[in-house]
Design a protein around this ligand. Structure first.
Ligand code: URA
Length: 434
């Protein structure tokens, strides 16, 4: 078999066989197919697409490129969640304890943040002492005992994706539904859960800009999940502005805790109820959406969801008192307001730019080895549709460096667009694919 023939076949709109896809992924992973040939193939796939069978084959071939987790020693239904990435996305910190409190097992491998989006692992490290690099034995033991563990990726899952994603990133070949589906679903399948829910972001802060593209991606992800024997659902959500109000690691943890305490409602709670209802119904623990939402709301009302977060933190050697007393979380030295220069309705907040402001303050990584400041970031007081008076604060910048803080104030003001006309609040949940 020759890679040049496979590239030509895909370029001309042909269908790659299972053997051809296995050959391509195996040899690329082992360095026997060079980057220049693989990038030509990726571009051919971007332009010609792949059918469901090819996408599934590519996904499975990628799963087999590395280690996989066997969650069978854990009793009960195991669930996992994936977000296609967004600014202010602290959903896992709320959703995982909520569904674990309802009886679903969460054995989750999570990533660190890179660039303008933060990772769950970084956010959890805001709890003093929290260890994300627990051993495999501890990981399994914690899930069996508390129903929840969230660890940094230890096993060498899907090395093919690490190489391919880095290549796609620099060759203009990220925006392809079959390539995105195989990239995301290979990692989810390798992580071993029975139920997979996907939060597909849509809007200017996401890489799916339109609702049509996001629906197509959601259908592609759930189809491949089901073909691979998993119970799968996707929720399509707005990312035209940051999710919730806090952006920055410890600030997001505080917001997540306030949702788990029942103090903060709005879109963040709504998203966690929608994703949680998908998990509980797919897991067979709730008869329908309404029953599932009731179970989840009860877990908030009776404190069991918050207690699950405390269990997670203490089981992973963190100081769980911070769950009940958030003054124990990292706190920035400086708090600077962002006064609005004129009155009007907020018509736009550039999500990606807000993420970059937090990164500039030290809250995000420029390269995968850089350190981060867990305390810094921003809390938005005004969201799209809100009216703001001249002089009122749009947001508070949390900084540890005065010069960076002042610059962040200026940059954050530039993220907002105001209108004289009243603006409808955007529809947050744009669809659910089951
Ligand atoms: N996220 C992934 O993990 N892979 C992609 O291809 C795109 C987003």
């Amino acid at each position: 078999m020759l890679m040049t023939d496979l590239i030509a076949k895909k370029r001309d709109g042909g269908e790659l066989s299972t053997e051809e896809i296995n050959y391509m992924i195996k040899n690329y992973t082992h360095g026997l197919i060079p980057d220049y040939q693989m990038s030509a193939m990726c571009m051919a796939i971007v332009l010609q697409g792949m059918n469901d069978r090819e996408t599934l084959d590519m996904t499975i071939a990628m799963v087999h490129s590395g280690e996989t987790l066997d969650l069978s020693p854990i009793s009960g239904v195991k669930a996992d969640k994936h977000s296609t990435g967004g600014v202010g996305d602290k959903t896992s910190l709320i959703l995982c304890p909520m569904v674990a409190a309802c009886g679903v097992k969460i054995a989750k491998m999570s990533g660190r943040g890179l660039g303008h989006t933060g990772g769950t692992i970084d956010k959890l490290e805001s709890f003093p002492g929290f260890v994300t690099g627990i051993s495999e034995e501890e990981f399994y033991a914690n899930v069996n005992r508390y129903g929840i563990a969230i660890a940094g990726q230890t096993a060498d899952l899907v090395p093919a994706d690490k190489k391919l994603y880095a290549l796609r990133d620099v060759t203009g070949t990220v925006p392809s539904i079959p390539l995105i589906v195989s990239s995301i679903m290979s990692k989810k399948l390798a992580a071993g859960a029975d139920v997979i829910v996907l939060d597909v972001k849509c809007g200017s802060g996401a890489f799916m800009k339109t609702s049509e593209q996001a629906h197509e991606l959601a259908r592609g992800l759930t189809r491949v999940g089901r073909l691979a024997g998993k119970r799968c659902a996707a929720v399509i959500t707005d990312m035209d502005q940051p999710l919730g109000c806090a952006v920055g690691n410890a600030l997001e943890v505080k917001e997540a805790i306030s949702v788990l305490k029942g103090e903060t409602k709005g879109e963040l709670l709504e998203l966690c109820l929608a994703l949680g209802a998908c998990i509980l119904t797919e897991a067979g623990l709730a008869a329908d959406d309404r029953a599932a939402r009731e179970m989840l709301q009860t877990a908030i009302d009776n404190g069991s969801a918050l207690k699950k977060l405390a269990d997670l933190v203490s089981a992973q050697h963190g100081d769980s008192r911070a769950v009940y007393d958030t003054s124990l979380l990292p706190e920035a030295r400086l708090k600077l307001e962002v006064p609005c220069e004129k009155s009007g309705y907020v018509s736009r907040i550039q999500a990606e730019q807000v993420g970059l402001v937090s990164m500039h303050l030290g809250g995000g990584r420029a390269t995968k080895d850089s350190g981060i400041d867990l305390a810094v970031g921003a809390v938005l007081h005004k969201k799209v549709g809100d009216y703001v008076h001249a002089g009122e604060s749009l947001a508070t910048v949390h900084a540890n460096d005065a010069a960076k803080g002042r610059e962040a104030v200026h940059l954050l003001r530039g993220c907002y667009t105001l209108s004289d006309e009243a603006i409808d609040r955007p529809l947050f949940i744009k669809g659910i694919v089951r």
